[in-house]
Design a protein around this ligand. Sequence first.
Ligand code: NDP
Length: 290
Amino acid sequence: MTARILDGRALALTMQAEIAAAVAEQVNCGGPRPGLAAIQVGDNDASARYVRGKIEACERAGFASFPYRLPADTTEAQLLNLIERLNSEPHVHGILVQLPLPCQINEQTIIGAVWPIKDVDGFHPTNQGLLASGNPRFVACTPLGIQQMLVRNCIATEGAHAVVIGRSNIVGKPMALLLMSKGPGGDATVTVAHSKSRDLAAIARSADILIAAIGRAHFVTADMVKPGAAVIDVGINRTSKGKLTGDVDFHEVSKVAGAISPVPGGVGPMTITMLLHNTLRASQIGQRQS
Ligand code: NDP
């Protein structure tokens, strides 16, 4: 079997064009232009690349963008001050703080300081609670993008056994909650595995949909995959030669799986697209509340 490639780059372009059309219509009808503030603290190369990618996507879709690049020695109080200002800035509908932050800044404090109605990353405990209680508002962009990838590629989740490897707050947990939610892209039977799971290979092999969010290059091998399963690779790892690679042994697993997302060009572009989706929604929520 040769797996169908789940092309996140192509789907992201399609969805970003849909979002751009919705923005143009909103603005033409006198509504607000969605605005995203993107804060980076320090000069981590990978963070700079991610933020740049997000800002460029925003601009292509007709959003206003407000980039902030703060020095690495920024204090928690200084960052909180900026967030407080942006919380009450009417042109800013979404606030993104690129993680990780330098060690003098507590990430949970910062995540909790962004107003939940501007939390387009979906990391705030209020938004995570809304998702857990079946009433989602802003859902973390990576799992939301994966759900879209499944839906738009007609990969049935209803009644399927989905195995998520990884239980982080930003990927694994919200992914599991989305897959078990009621409705399109949900209604799956979900198993969450992690570093303490016993016989992980057998658990993974029982999956119709296998989602790897681990952060270890080539962790998922062909013997861990049920023939015909859909395999989604969330991982971003660098090989010793600096090449970008996922958590799945793409070459071998694509001979067994029915569908597989590549790295790069799979989940990454969908994550950015969902940030735009959430920011557009935030501008509409802001409108209803003003
Ligand atoms: P975390 O490090 O927060 O979580 C990793 C998870 O993998 C943990 O739950 C951990 O288990 C589990 N794990 C680690 N080792 C093993 C093992 N040997 N067996 C089973 N489970 C294991 O990472 P994130 O969730 O933030 O990210 C995961 C990956 O996805 C990373 O490579 C990250 O770069 C990438 N990523 C990609 C995005 C994209 O847009 N493409 C966006 C966000 C992340 P335990 O909890 O027991 O420690």
